[in-house]
Write a protein that binds this ligand. Structure first.
Ligand SMILES: *[C@@H]1O[C@H](CO)[C@@H](O)[C@H](O)[C@H]1NC(C)=O
Length: 263
């Protein structure tokens, strides 16, 4: 949060400077945002999914021009000179979106492949996990890795703000609900070498994620980036209204699960 405030501050200074020099750099780079930001009608879930992907790739993972810091993968100390790295947000997809005017809440649900990967600690900068590992890593044992799935539910309480006649969505601190889904492979027939390995790796991954608060360290640095963006751009850049609609009483909800599957 502090980070965001800092960047906002520096951006204002920059805009002011550019005005003093008689040309508005800000306008140039707000125009450039058109390439990244897709505005959607409230009835179009497919559009919101495309909007999310464009935001993910061009803004939420970091954008220098907007003063949005690059998302750093969460890497934490493991043992034997190794760390564990969690990745997958770069492949996340929007699985649900809900806009509730009465409760003043915006909810997004993201689904992603969760990669849990043991890496050599070359930089000695890995974070300390909430619960330290107590392991002796045998020399030359292969590095472990496993891919599971994760679901991230994000609820932002919001306020509508008017600035210069335009409506902005001011997002407050989000509630995060992160589910790391690592399958139980104990039913695998362990007479196949491949299955035995998969089982071993899934057990390892399950044990590893018990040591960290994934919501706080893995998801929050990413989900909080949306706040910075929404502070800069009026809401119509994200949500287009039909003539009979008002931002004050918008209400819609879509979810992948409610989309009928092909017969
Ligand atoms: C992750 O989700 C995908 C799509 O639902 C599924 O095909 C895959 O088996 C899941 N992977 C694991 C490890 O559970």
């Amino acid at each position: 949060m502090l980070f965001n405030i800092f960047h906002l501050g520096s951006m204002r200074v920059w805009c002011l400077l550019s005005l003093l020099f008689g040309h508005c750099v800000c306008k140039v780079y707000f125009d450039k945002l058109d390439r990244y930001i897709i505005s959607c009608h409230t009835t179009d879930f497919e559009c919101f999914k495309r909007q999310y992907k464009a935001l993910r790739d061009n803004v939420l993972l970091g954008n220098d021009r907007l003063g949005i810091p690059t998302y750093e993968h969460y890497v934490f100390a493991y043992g034997g000179g190794t760390c564990v790295k969690l990745t997958g947000l770069e492949e996340s997809e929007l699985a649900a979106i809900k806009f509730e005017s009465e409760q003043k809440k915006l909810t997004l649900v993201l689904e992603l492949p969760l990669r849990i990967q043991q890496v050599k600690d070359t930089i000695k900068m890995c974070a300390r996990p909430d619960r330290e590992f107590n392991i002796v890593q045998p020399q030359k044992s292969p590095l472990m890795r496993f891919t599971g799935n994760a679901t991230i539910g994000i609820t932002y309480p919001y306020k509508l703000k008017k600035k210069k006649g335009m409506v902005y969505l001011q997002l407050e601190d989000e509630n995060l609900d992160v589910i790391l889904d690592i399958p139980d492979l104990s039913h695998f027939h362990l007479n196949s070498e491949v299955e035995a390995k998969l089982y071993e790796w899934s057990e390892w991954a399950y044990e590893v994620v018990q040591h960290v608060d994934a919501a706080e360290y893995f998801a929050l640095p990413y989900t909080s980036q949306l706040r910075t963006l929404m502070d800069h751009l009026p809401l119509y850049r994200f949500i287009m209204l039909y003539p009979e609609e008002e931002y004050e009483d918008l209400q819609f909800s879509y979810s992948e699960a409610t989309v009928p599957t092909n017969p």
